[in-house]
Design a binder for this molecule. Sequence first.
Ligand SMILES: NC(=O)c1ccc[n+]([C@@H]2O[C@H](COP(=O)([O-])OP(=O)(O)OC[C@H]3O[C@@H](n4cnc5c(N)ncnc54)[C@H](OP(=O)(O)O)[C@@H]3O)[C@@H](O)[C@H]2O)c1
Length: 411
Amino acid sequence: MSDKRRRIAVLGSTGSIGTQTLDVVRRHSDKLEVVALACGTRGAELVAQAREFGVRWLALGDERLASDAIADELRAAAQGGSVGFGPQAVADLVKLPDVDVVVNALVGEAGMRASYETLAAGKVLALANKESLVVGGDLIMPLAAKVDAQRRADGVAPDHGPAGALMPIDSEHGAIYQCLIGESAREVSRLWVTASGGPFRGRTREQLQGVTAADALKHPTWNMGAKITIDSSTLMNKGLGVIEAHHLFAMPYDKISVVVQPQSAIHSMVEFSDGSVKAHLGTTDMRIPIQYALSYPERWDAPVEPLDFTKLGSLEFAAPDTDTFRCLALARHAGKTGGTLPCVMNAANEIAVAAFLGGRIGYLDIAACVEAAMDAHERDRVQQVESLDQLEALDRWARRTADAWVEGAAR
Ligand SMILES: NC(=O)c1ccc[n+]([C@@H]2O[C@H](COP(=O)([O-])OP(=O)(O)OC[C@H]3O[C@@H](n4cnc5c(N)ncnc54)[C@H](OP(=O)(O)O)[C@@H]3O)[C@@H](O)[C@H]2O)c1
């Protein structure tokens, strides 16, 4: 009997989404097979994963590790396959003929080229790395449309619903994706993207002045990597999510609203022209949206406790406080302006979050740093997005600009 398992590459396999993806594979090893793995620096964990799943194609983003002892261990674990080092080696994994689906769980702009190359190679992209779409959505979405058309022509797309070339892993976007199945785009009047509000919900700017990285890393409902946890606390994660929704669902920004839903039970909602609203609910466990991105159009048993409505209690809703949490307003501005401004915003945010985590700037400095870089770019001139090379050059410029801002603030 032929092996019909979906062959997946997991980029960012040692992180929060990456390890949960591997959990889903353990549970459904009759349907999924891992054929390639990549991470940034945690080589020992990659060796263990390669051995457990019998993976022969491996890459480490940090090229300095090519001359480290871990390189030999990785080669031994790959059993005659290949081990690459550096960003190109990570992105090259998506082109392997053995790979059907790429789970992009890299963090930050570092994931953009892999997203692009995945769809350019005609593969399915299961996307956690929202920064890809924030920065390169104008280039990536036309590729996704091409792969969708090819999937329909090849008869591998489902009879109903989207063709499945780009499957969102973010819980909000996975929720909207599911609410839209069977609906006509013309009849959608609004997307409601839910936000937990993060650990500092209800605080004033004065109260946020002295918060530390340890405070900000305590997320109330989700257990995630450090960068997205800080982004959740500043509401930048929601801003990135709004831009991601704009690209994924071709929705104008004035029809995408954010609502704070502190229990995180409602993962997002879609409102229709007759006033009906569809909501997607579920346990706060990322393995559910990860699995759906891999099982679509089917649903498989999930390795999680189902939601118990009798224990849920009340569901609260509130408008986000964008005066205090300015990153959401900055992201909306970047999205509406479009072009290269989201690229600059994203790069400055990555630098500012890393500086905050490193204790070099204060919490409120994150938004100030992002705004300074955006202002500088708007003064220079926001450009139309034309190529990955253009975006990567601008990303480097924005990082230098934000670094200089951090340097000045840290003095
Ligand atoms: N965590 C969640 O629940 C969640 C939910 C929705 C969306 N997302 C999105 O999913 C993405 C990943 O988030 P996460 O929380 O899983 O992050 P994470 O725990 O920090 O993991 C990031 C992964 O990317 C790898 N990596 C980082 N830089 C790299 C580079 N330059 N080259 C190759 N690999 C690199 C890391 O490897 P090393 O650790 O070995 O360096 C790690 O495996 C983000 O875009 C986030 O916004 C996450």
